[in-house]
Design a protein around this ligand. Structure first.
Ligand code: WT7
Length: 657
């Protein structure tokens, strides 16, 4: 295999030392979709904004046209009012009708090495069969369907079949525990659960059906459980409730009428952590969401659907996968790669082997993955030909300039723009990111709001902070893919996002802008941690800990971690009669993993006799964070008992994973 010579690693330090900026190369600009910077100015005015989204939405197939582009009665937006469309038709039927049936929708690669190539015609066929199967089970418009699956082709098939029927899916990431799944099934009263016998992860199998059984046993709304055979592992079976996927689709017709959906009908729910122990069911609707994700996907990733091979390495169970593996890319008739397993298994360069094999042109991943690959070093993939790559993306957490520069140089060979994309489960679509044909990049900055997006950085009082300063990120104008609420809890919706600065969306992120107006996202400012790009609430982990019989009280903070961004650090007060020990620490970490999911396993438990509290009894998190980071403690005089701090500090560093 021929490989291009790789740039010298020392050069990365020089790149950063020089504080270089990265203007688009002539070669990239020559073929770029967006080459005219006036796009920002045009989308800024109200008329221009309306024209921009009108044009974008017209690229979709509508069964009935909309009457009004949008209405905004803060905090409630509606988009493409009166319009009717079906998402699966836009992702599949219209491409097949346009003669693209033979185009590959997904190259799928299983962790054990099995593969499938699925064309748009194949995908439409499979989605219709499964639509008929679900209808046969009684699933209809307006129902909620839970999906708890590994990264296999049947996962997007199940999502698209739901959209064809007009049932809202609620995908629960396969790494969540049975308890977490039960809470989510319950909150939305899902009538069907779609799962698999198991999935592959680092050579082992994950028993998904077993977890689904345990979850369903704790809920009362589920009538049917559909099971894809993936691993062949033995599973328990309830004849009255369980159905094999392959039995259900066998003999079904490959034609299924799509439900005409109102633009504002519910498309899906996706649960995300907030500052309380109860996750929020974020609601996304049909027309605005699809217009938003297809436009941002096309323009930010500079999609050329005839030639690009696009690989978003996220799991479909998170919003990144919903918007940028399934809906955006399929709406744009893109050819994508889906990989089931861990990117470094069985070899450190498994990801690079896959990228080379399919000649990937675009990679989209998280800083935590980049840092993990950085640790292995560029030598680990020196034999893989990555010369097909032309664009790189980052998402999920702030990307440190070192990781950015390494990504740019070692993976992108110094020729691929890196688009750092800031957004959230709630925003549905990317909100702050470069347009790679016109934006001069700065390592570590997500650069500028997408055309038409109006963002600001404000202080405590809501005053805009001048360029050069930092504060809280807010969004000022509605956008088509924005959340429409929290399922079953409008009060929490208003409270969480709209009460701090009335009329403005409060993102929960700190942000600074430099003198040139570049946005630099600084991470969460609330009690939400970001571990490997996954949002985990401190309260959720605390309540998991106190549900263990040995724990009297717990306080949880995120501590800076070189690979995962943040790591979960727990302070635990034991009930009397329980002794602190390494074994108990391990048991508690496992307990949290069992309660929430393995990705939420704490890094460190610190047993302490007491916790620092204010006189009014509030736990002092800032102080606990400082101790976790082993920072200078500053002023602790509001402590109820100052001795607590030294007692805690003496213990710090023990009980690490
Ligand atoms: C939170 C949203 C968006 C899909 C994955 C995470 C952080 C996300 C960036 C970025 C800095 C980022 C923010 C945000 N975040 N992307 N490019 N730079 N921070 O979705 O689980 O809803 O989490 O992730 O803190 O609020 P999510």
């Amino acid at each position: 295999m021929t490989t291009e010579p790789r740039p010298d690693s020392d050069a990365i330090e020089n790149l950063l030392r020089e504080e270089r900026t990265f203007a688009p190369s002539d070669e990239f600009v020559a073929d770029a979709l967006v080459r005219d910077p006036s796009i920002y100015e045009r989308a800024a005015s109200e008329d221009g904004f309306r024209a921009f989204w009108t044009d974008e939405a017209k690229r979709l197939d509508w069964m009935e046209p909309w009457e009004d582009l949008y209405t905004w009665e803060a905090p409630y937006a509606k988009w493409f009012i009166g319009g009717k469309l079906n998402v699966s038709v836009n992702c599949l039927d219209r491409h097949v009708a346009n003669g693209l049936g033979d185009r590959v929708a997904y190259f799928w690669e299983g962790e054990p090495g099995d593969t499938r190539t699925i064309t748009y015609a194949d995908l439409l066929d499979e989605v219709c069969r499964f639509t008929n199967a679900l209808r046969g089970l009684g699933v209809k418009k307006g129902d909620r369907v839970a999906i708890y699956m590994p990264m296999i082709p049947e996962l997007p098939v199940a999502m698209l079949a739901c959209t064809r029927i007009g049932a809202a899916h609620s995908v629960v990431f396969g790494g969540f525990s049975a308890d977490a799944l039960a809470d989510r099934i319950d909150d939305a009263s899902c009538s069907v659960v779609i799962t698999a016998d198991g999935g592959y992860r680092k050579g082992a199998t994950v028993a998904l059906k077993k977890a689904a059984d345990d979850a369903i046993a704790r809920t009362s709304s589920v009538e049917h459980c559909v099971v894809v055979k993936r691993t062949g592992d033995d599973v328990a079976w309830d004849e009255s409730r369980d159905h094999w996927y392959h039995d259900l689709v066998d003999g079904q017709s490959s034609k299924a009428d799509p439900e005409p959906m109102d633009s504002e009908d519910l498309l899906y729910l996706l649960y995300t952590s907030g500052t309380t122990a109860k996750p929020k069911g974020i609601m996304h609707t049909t027309g605005g969401y699809l217009a938003g994700v297809s436009a941002t996907h096309r323009l930010i990733f500079d999609i050329h659907p005839e030639t690009d091979i696009y690989w978003c390495m996220a799991d479909i169970g998170w919003v990144t996968g919903h918007s940028y593996i399934v809906y955006g890319p399929l709406a744009n008739a893109t050819t994508g790669i889906i990989y089931e397993g861990a990117i470094d298994y069985p070899e450190k360069d498994r990801w690079a082997q896959i990228a080379a094999k399919y000649r990937a042109t675009i990679l989209y991943t998280a800083p935590t993955a980049i840092r993990a690959l950085m640790k292995y070093g560029a030598d680990a993939f020196a034999d893989d030909d990555l010369s097909s790559l032309r664009l790189l993306g980052s998402v999920g957490e702030p990307i440190n300039p070192e990781a950015w520069a390494w990504y740019w140089k070692e993976i992108g060979g110094g020729r691929c723009p890196v688009v750092d994309t800031w957004w959230q489960t709630e925003t549905g679509m990317v909100m702050i990111a470069p347009l790679p044909g016109i934006t001069t990049l700065k390592p570590g900055s997500a650069t500028f709001p997408f055309p038409g997006v109006v963002a600001d950085v404000v202080d405590e009082g809501g005053r805009s902070v001048p360029l050069g300063g930092g504060g809280y990120l807010v969004l000022e104008r509605p956008w088509p893919a924005m959340l429409r609420g929290i399922y079953g809890d409008p009060e929490r919706y208003e409270q969480t996002y709209w009460s701090r600065y009335p009329g403005r969306y409060f993102a929960g992120d700190g942000c600074k802008r430099d003198e040139e107006g570049y946005y630099w996202l600084l991470g969460r400012i609330d009690d939400v941690m970001n571990v490997s790009g996954h949002r985990i609430s401190t309260t959720e982990v605390e309540s998991a800990l106190v549900s263990h019989p040995s724990v009297a009280e717990a306080a949880v903070v995120g501590r800076t971690d070189p690979i995962t961004g943040q790591a979960i650090f727990c302070y635990v007060i034991l009930r009397s009669g329980h002794e602190a020990s390494d074994e108990l620490g391990k048991e508690l970490r496992t307990h949290v993993a069992d309660m929430i999911g393995k990705f939420a396993r704490p890094k460190q438990i610190l047993f302490t006799p007491d916790l620092p509290k204010t006189r009014s009894g509030k736990i002092m998190r800032r102080l606990l964070r400082d101790i976790a980071e082993q920072r200078d403690l500053g002023d602790v005089t509001t402590l109820a008992d100052a001795n607590v701090v030294s007692a805690i500090r003496d213990q710090s560093g023990k009980g690490e994973d």
